[in-house]
Structure formats: structure tokens, C-alpha cells
Design a protein around this ligand. Structure first.
Ligand SMILES: Cc1cc2nc3c(=O)[nH]c(=O)nc-3n(C[C@H](O)[C@H](O)[C@H](O)COP(=O)(O)OP(=O)(O)OC[C@H]3O[C@@H](n4cnc5c(N)ncnc54)[C@H](O)[C@@H]3O)c2cc1C
Length: 432
């Protein structure tokens, strides 16, 4: 292959889950694509972060053909939201919302590997997928966009009608006219798989029943309604499988997402506390988590490897420039509190692919870029403002706000229409 000065319709810079999703969505469309990813295939335990996928994301992943190959998908049937030190709480259920599940929990590395496998099976005439290819320069003056990248120790160049930046935001400073806004939350997320005393005592048959993800929407919807209703009638929320917990504390939220017989923990703490927590042995870690989360699930009895992620809000304005589109974390990197980041990025990729497929001759033109930018404007802003407001409203120890939080959660719990509204926005984005 002569990569030097090769020309494409599209070059995707960054083969994280969002860049890969775009490449997969364009299969069979006749669009020539070069996908450049700096890393190779990450090891199984390299990125242990859980991803809570919305029901809308599941539908997209099904259309991309990767849903079926995902191992260990855990449906979320109920979300229990509470505020430490306050009485208010709210419970969202799939049955009330009218969907088989509110969301699904998967592992980031499982998604990465499923997409990687699907891409490696693509027709090489349509998609060139280079791993270990680090883009170092990006030029977007008149004419086609151009990138320079290192691959196999050689500097190479390629041009395209459209450069899609899906690199998590690392190359933004090279794009003329685009500003990256950064707000450091001064928080870290500590991530680990944990097991709890109460959940561990669940009857295995009950867990196996719920662990089967539904396949078809219409016929299974009824089954899942009755399943969720059965659980609601017979068990208190904290002894059911399929329950996700979001507990707000002055230091930041702590989330426990169902993951088979385990929970995937996303624990938000200050940078200094993160350093301490990551250095603890298992016993001390489990005791500290129990002290922080409380006794709702009994003691924490098992913990896997811990990893830490610094948290910041980053977003680009505008998300398009001459011959360039930014998608995924490059366009907006959000706090994981509401599990919105990848869901939003996946919708970026999906809607960009729709635009390219609908008007193939316009790829990279100012008209196409303007259309895409305005189409994504609302979803992206709503996701960002919603997530940022949650962090600010819930992560502080102001007593007045504390009372308002408790009252807000209790009020939401009594308003089925409002709960449905919130749940649908979380599942399908601003247009849900
Ligand atoms: C603790 C935590 C929990 C989360 N939980 C959730 C959740 O529950 N639900 C949810 O929806 N989201 C969640 N997120 C957010 C989610 O992980 C991200 O939104 C998602 O991974 C973004 O994917 P991406 O492909 O846009 O970017 P990235 O994952 O950052 O991928 C960018 C890719 O570009 C490559 N790259 C970078 N520079 C270059 C270059 N110069 N040349 C070539 N390649 C390059 C990188 O190697 C990388 O593979 C969470 C995030 C964290 C930190």
C-alpha cells in the first residue's frame, strides 16, 4: 500500500470506541475511509472502566453488528438515586419508563475488542485501519484536509475531503478556529469491580434470569415489564439484581453499576483522596468504601484491581472547522456522573455517518459541516449542561443545597411523568 499522499473521502483520527463506531457505520456506503489509531489492541485489563450504555446506544450497536459479540452485558432495570445525609431518594424503573431496560453495563475493553474484531473483518478496499499510527500534524487550509502520521517508524501523509477528529481532544490546538474549553473538576474517579455482602447472597437462579439481556424489543417488552414488576412487588430494591445505585456525597457521586454478580464501582473523590485510596490494600479499601457508601448493600467483601481517572469538563467550540469535524470526547469530555460521554459520542458518530451517506457528494463541504453542526448542537449542549449541573448541584456540603437536593429527589420520585422525562433523556439524548 502506498500511503504517502494517498487520498480518501474520510480520515478518522483516533480509533477509540467513537472513531471505530463511525468507521463501522460507514461500511458498505462506498465511502473510502482511513482510520488511524495510535495504540495497538489494548490488553484485557488495560482499561477497566465500566460503560453504562443507554437503550438508544444498544440500538445503534445492534445496527453496527457489535452488540451480539459483547460478553457480560448486564441490564439495568432500576436506578436508585440517593443523597448521603438526606432523606430524599428517587427510583427509576424500566417498567415505568416503558422499555425493557434503562440501560446496560459493559466493560470498555470488551467494547473496544468487539469493535476491533469487526473492523479487522472489513473489506480493505473500503476501509484501511492502521493501528500504531500516531497523527502528528493536521492541515486544514483550502483544498483537502491533510494529516501527517508516524507508522512503522516512517512519516506518512494522507489527504481527505473530511478529517474526523476522534482523538479525545489531543490535537485540537492544531485546528484553526476551534477553541477547547477546560474546567478541571478537581476530582478523580476510582474504578474497580466489587462484591457486596447482600447482593452476594442472592439466589443464583434469580440472577441468571435477569442477566439474560432482551433481544427483541416488542415481544420481550411485555416479558420484561412483568419481570420488573415481579421484582418490584417481591423484593426491596437493594436485594434485586439489575439495580444501579447513584449516591451523591459532598466529595462527589459514587455509582455502583450491576455487573453480573459484581458491581462496577465508579467512586468520585478529591485528587489527594484518590492517591490514598489507590494505595490501600483490599481490606482497607473495602472498609473505606463501606464507610463512604453506607450499609444499603451490607459490607463490601471483594475488590478487583483499582484504577484512577482525573475528571474535567472539556468541550470544543465550534465542533466543525474547514474540512474538519470533532466527535466523541474530542467534541465533549464529560464527568461520568450521568454515564453520558460515550452515549453522546456514539450519537455523534451515528449522525455524522447518516449525513455522509445521505449526501455523499457533499462530504466535507461548508454546507455539510453547517448541517451536521446544527444537528448536534442541542443534544451535545443538553448532555453537557445536564451533567455539569449534576456535578455542581450534588457535589458540595452547602446545607441549603442539601435540603434542596433531598426535596428534589423526593419530589421527582412522586412525579411519574417527570421521571419518565429524565429517564428518556438519559436513554436517547435531548430528542428522546
Ligand atoms: C471513569 C469513567 C467512567 C465512564 N463511564 C461512562 C459511562 O458509564 N457511560 C458513558 O457513556 N461514558 C462513560 N465514560 C466516558 C467514555 O469513556 C468516553 O466518552 C469514551 O471513551 C470516549 O470515546 P472516544 O473514542 O471519543 O475517545 P477516547 O476513548 O479518548 O479515544 C481516543 C482514541 O484516539 C487515539 N488517539 C489519540 N491521539 C491520537 C493521535 N494523535 N493519532 C492517532 N490516534 C490518537 C487514542 O489512542 C484513543 O484510542 C466514562 C469515562 C470515565 C473516565
Amino acid at each position: 500500500m502506498n500511503v504517502n499522499h494517498q487520498d480518501y473521502d474520510l480520515i478518522i483520527i483516533g480509533g477509540g470506541p467513537v472513531g471505530m463506531a463511525l468507521a463501522l457505520a460507514l461500511r458498505g456506503s462506498g465511502t473510502s475511509v482511513l482510520l488511524l489509531e495510535a495504540r495497538g489492541l489494548p490488553g484485557k485489563t488495560e482499561d477497566p472502566r465500566p460503560l453504562a450504555l443507554s437503550y438508544g446506544s444498544r440500538l445503534i450497536l445492534q445496527r453496527l453488528g457489535v452488540w451480539k459479540g459483547l460478553p457480560g452485558v448486564s441490564p439495568i432495570l432500576t436506578i436508585h438515586i440517593s443523597n448521603r445525609g438526606g432523606l430524599g431518594r428517587t427510583v427509576l424503573t424500566a417498567a415505568e419508563t416503558g422499555v425493557p431496560a434503562l440501560g446496560y453495563v459493559i466493560n470498555h475493553h470488551d467494547l473496544f475488542r468487539a469493535m476491533y474484531r469487526a473492523l479487522k473483518n472489513c473489506d480493505a478496499g473500503e476501509l484501511e485501519y492502521l493501528t500504531g499510527a500516531q497523527v502528528t500534524r493536521l492541515e486544514t487550509h483550502a483544498g483537502p484536509g491533510q494529516v501527517e502520521f508516524q507508522h512503522d517508524g516512517v512519516t506518512k501523509k494522507a489527504t481527505a475531503r473530511l478529517l474526523v477528529v476522534a482523538d479525545g481532544g489531543r490535537l485540537i490546538s492544531q485546528i484553526e478556529g476551534v477553541t477547547q474549553h477546560v474546567q478541571d473538576y478537581q476530582q478523580w474517579a476510582v474504578v474497580a469491580r466489587v462484591k457486596t455482602e447482600r447482593f452476594a447472597n442472592m439466589a443464583p437462579s434469580a440472577m441468571a434470569e435477569v442477566a439474560k439481556p432482551p433481544v427483541k424489543v416488542s415481544p420481550s417488552r411485555r416479558r420484561h415489564f412483568s419481570q420488573a414488576k415481579h421484582l418490584a412487588d417481591n423484593d426491596s430494591p437493594h436485594t434485586q439484581p439489575g439495580v444501579a445505585y447513584e449516591r451523591f456525597t459532598p466529595d462527589g457521586p459514587v455509582a455502583l453499576l450491576p455487573s453480573g454478580e459484581y458491581f462496577s464501582l465508579v467512586w468520585t473523590v478529591s485528587p489527594s483522596a484518590a492517591e490514598e485510596i489507590l494505595a490501600l490494600d483490599d481490606v482497607s479499601f473495602l472498609a473505606r468504601l463501606h464507610g463512604h457508601f453506607g450499609d444499603r448493600l451490607g459490607k463490601f467483601i471483594e475488590a478487583g484491581k483499582r484504577s484512577g481517572f482525573p475528571l474535567a469538563l472539556k468541550y470544543a467550540t465550534p465542533i466543525t472547522a474547514c474540512r474538519v469535524v470533532l466527535i466523541g470526547n474530542a467534541a465533549q469530555t464529560l464527568h461520568p456522573v450521568a454515564g453520558q460521554g460515550f452515549n453522546l459520542g456514539l450519537r455523534d458518530a451515528w449522525e455524522l455517518a447518516e449525513e455522509i451517506i445521505a449526501w455523499p457528494t457533499e462530504t466535507g463541504t461548508p454546507a455539510m459541516l453547517a448541517r451536521y453542526g446544527s444537528k448536534r448542537q442541542m443534544d451535545s449542549s443538553v448532555g453537557r449542561i445536564f451533567t455539569d449541573s449534576l456535578v455542581k448541584f450534588f457535589s458540595n456540603d452547602d446545607p441549603v443545597l442539601g435540603t434542596a437536593r433531598s426535596m428534589g429527589l423526593s419530589a421527582l420520585d412522586c412525579l411519574p411523568q417527570a421521571k419518565r422525562f429524565v429517564a428518556r433523556r438519559m436513554m436517547f439524548g435531548a430528542r428522546g
